[in-house]
Design a protein around this ligand. Sequence first.
Ligand code: SF4
Length: 428
Amino acid sequence: MTSKHTETSFTYEKAEHWPPYTYRDYPNVTPESLQAFINFLATENTSSERKGLQPWIPFCTIKCNFCYFPTELLSNSEMGRYLLALKKCLNIYAETRYARTSEFSEVYLAGGTPSIMSTQQTIDLLSFCEQKFNVREDREIKITGCTHDFDYKRLKALSEYGVDQLDLGVQTFDDDLRRMFNLRDTARMAEETIKTAHKVGIRVSIDLMYNLPGQTLNAWNNDIRRALELNVESADCYALDVYPGTKLSEQLQSGILPPRGDQEAETEMYLWAYSTFQKAGYKPTCHNRFSRIAEDFKDPCFETLGTGAGFFMGTLGRFSYVDVEPAEAYIDAVNRGKLPIAKLSIGSIEDEMRKMMMRLYIRLPVNKQEFRRRFGMLPEEAFETVISRLMKNGLIEVDEREIRLTKLGDVWRYNVCWEFSRLDADAL
Ligand code: SF4
């Protein structure tokens, strides 16, 4: 199989897999920054941005060999104590003025592996969120989890409660690769979970990874084809990132596993996924998603109120936060009546400008008049050098209304966003 793509005329040496301004760069919380956050939570929310609620379950039953998330293996007695602390903390947020004057469009049980909870614990947590917060009637409920955690009975109960979507970490349908990653079930079992979810009316979004050790374009194509045959509603396609300290990194270094493809091979696999999903009626959206879910093309939730041990997705107003970990430290902090925050970033105006340009990596255009309304100048005035360089390299298009990625820019969308973050790259 060969892929004939011409979109790669301009290339960076290496594709970035994450945008700037992620939790890794947030500073540790200080008494002053925490107080500023508490003061902010006491204010009224006047923004019309869509908001998501994200209770976080940091536990997993097994550690996947590639995983770098701050997860913990679950000990039997821990879940009950953890859920009590989690609800206590959610309640602290729920009683703030900011939350009381906010409306939430989405409840997303994330982690870790929220599917590790029993059905009763899951439904109890969801209904707790719906009672305590102003959750819209047309809200979406999504649960992330492992394919081996769901049987018919559980899926039926979740569907009856109103769960809309499962986000399943399938990663690959190749059983040899699944074993290599320490995934617990076989591809056939993962497929059964997807089919059963569909049977009870729950849509399915799956994670697939590419450029895996020894993976050919043909093998990647088989994974995509399988996803299409299973009629998944969306697929998040991630290039494998190898993080130091993971089992996978050791296996690659010691030569137990074959090497991965180079940047060219990785780009080819991405473009293959792009064209194959597109031909099948899926459209690119969000970070890495090919989707045919209408809701995926609405404005995303730019604000996320969440909490849990190691939770790192908190974004409210100019504040972005990460919670303490491990679970014991989280439980302890909450039981002492504290907001369990470990890292807290307060965005400056310049950060906010750059973050608005980051919409490009979730494949959204930047509305120039909206930018001017918020910051008093056009993006071309704030980022003259970067914008003209990106245009020259064919990565973005600019007209009177908006700035958007080109098809080539889509391949390098994270690199494009890093261009806006570099201190010497703009005229701010
Ligand atoms: S299930 Fe998900 S969060 Fe847990 S170890 Fe595997 S990849 Fe990491």
